[in-house]
Write a protein that binds this ligand. Structure first.
Ligand SMILES: NC(=O)c1ccc[n+]([C@@H]2O[C@H](COP(=O)([O-])OP(=O)(O)OC[C@H]3O[C@@H](n4cnc5c(N)ncnc54)[C@H](O)[C@@H]3O)[C@@H](O)[C@H]2O)c1
Length: 382
């Protein structure tokens, strides 16, 4: 087995591609001496950057001492030392590039959503399967310390029978006129693969599936609250994509999950995302980093009486779940897992079929919203 894995990285001038995937994952792995395999040996990763703008890619390559970079995807794909193609371009650009990588015999790893439609993602998954290349999609939320702690509680049977999940995700995304927006403008254009439903339901699909149960049906309302925004050049544009989605998901074993996703909400929470899970034996509230619990035997007995001020301090009636661990960057952990998978060292369940299930959930949510009815989610599996 070679002691090096060449990794073509496309989209590294973008927010996710640069910060999370290049700097905090691949370069951090390179700096630590590579990925450790199950037999204790190490395999080094070698990034090969691809991007549309010569100056931008060159600048990143020079800043980080990366020898190989190009503006031509085909040149990168023709390089036999590159076993993996990674894509963090904007969603609408991904499908064609990933298909070309599969045709070139590369293993493929991609940001979510893999593509803009579930049908296209299934097509890529099937193509990868018959080409015999490995395929993986980013599942970063599962690696958040708060959700790792939540998984511990689920695995330990803390909840008894899980009844429901309530999730709140969101924050105020500036319109871009008086203050610059903190998200790219393509997020608000449907034609460019934008929209919070497509963005976030992909996450909710694998979070629910891996922690609680598969989503079987959805009832959702997706809306565009803010009709005009200002782009990166300060120019006003009409938004065409949804910026908030209010959803009810029906999961296996009659568990109900309600999740609000919004870029038009001001935060009165401890974290930008929080999930409350209620079960017969206990409840938990998990965020990005923290998780707190209340067991059945410790549950207070509030009595509804609007005539007197609330005496109980409800937020103080929860106990924190300890870290008991050091949590590495979730994107980096996934990169290490995928490289091990490529080398035949471990399985990787977060494949393009899982990615397609996420997109299918978003499509069902958007259909539910448009048609004003509950939609059953189709079964997608290898
Ligand atoms: N896992 C997560 O939590 C998470 C979070 C945010 C975004 N994402 C996903 O990552 C991907 C990139 O998102 P981002 O926020 O980094 O976007 P971004 O706009 O910051 O970056 C987009 C990248 O795509 C490239 N690109 C290629 N063709 C383009 C075109 N025609 N127009 C504009 N850019 C083009 C850009 O050069 C840039 O490198 C998206 O698919 C998005 O859904 C995932």
């Amino acid at each position: 087995m070679s002691d090096r894995v060449g990794v073509i990285m496309n989209g590294v001038t973008g927010r996710m591609g640069y910060r999370q995937h290049l700097v905090r994952s691949v370069l951090a792995i390179r700096a630590q001496g590579g990925v450790t395999l199950s037999d204790g040996s190490r395999v080094q990763v070698e990034p090969i950057l691809v991007g549309r703008r010569d100056a931008a890619v060159r600048e990143i390559a020079e800043r980080h001492d990366i020898q190989r970079w190009t503006t031509d995807l085909d040149t990168a794909l023709a390089d036999p030392s590159a076993q993996v193609y990674f894509d963090a371009q904007l969603t609408s650009a991904r499908g064609a590039a990933v298909a070309a990588a599969i045709r070139a015999g590369k293993h493929v790893y991609a940001e979510k959503p893999v593509t803009s439609t579930a049908a296209e993602a299934v097509e890529l998954a099937t193509m990868a399967k018959s080409a015999g290349v490995k395929h993986g999609v980013v599942h970063d939320k599962l690696f958040l310390p708060g959700l790792i702690k939540l998984r511990r509680l689920v695995d330990g049977g803390f909840f008894g029978r899980i009844l429901s999940v309530r999730g709140e995700f969101g924050y105020w995304v500036f319109e871009g006129d008086r203050q610059p927006s903190q998200r790219p403008s393509w997020n608000y254009r449907l034609a460019d693969g934008g929209g919070i439903t497509l963005d976030m339901f992909c996450h909710w699909s694998y979070v629910l599936e891996n922690l609680i149960g598969r989503v079987r049906a959805v009832t959702a309302k997706a809306v565009t609250h803010i009709p005009d925004r200002w782009d990166e050049r300060g120019e006003r544009y009409a938004t065409t994509a949804d910026d908030a989605a209010y959803a009810i998901f029906e999961l296996d074993d009659d568990v109900i999950a309600q999740i609000n996703s919004s870029w038009c909400v001001r935060v009165d929470r401890d974290e930008l995302v929080e999930f409350q899970v209620d079960g017969t034996e206990g409840s938990a509230v998990a965020g990005l980093r923290s998780c707190r619990v209340q067991h059945r035997s410790m549950t207070p007995k509030p009595v509804w009486n609007p005539d007197v001020p609330t005496a109980e301090e409800f937020r103080k009636q929860w106990a924190p779940v300890p870290d008991n661990d050091e949590f590495d960057n979730g994107f980096k952990v996934q990169w290490e897992q995928f490289v091990r998978h490529v080398l035949g060292d471990s399985p990787h369940e977060y494949d393009f079929f899982a990615g397609a299930r996420g997109i299918a959930l978003a499509e069902c949510g958007l259909r539910s919203s448009a048609e004003g009815r509950r939609i059953e989610v189709p079964e997608i599996a290898p």
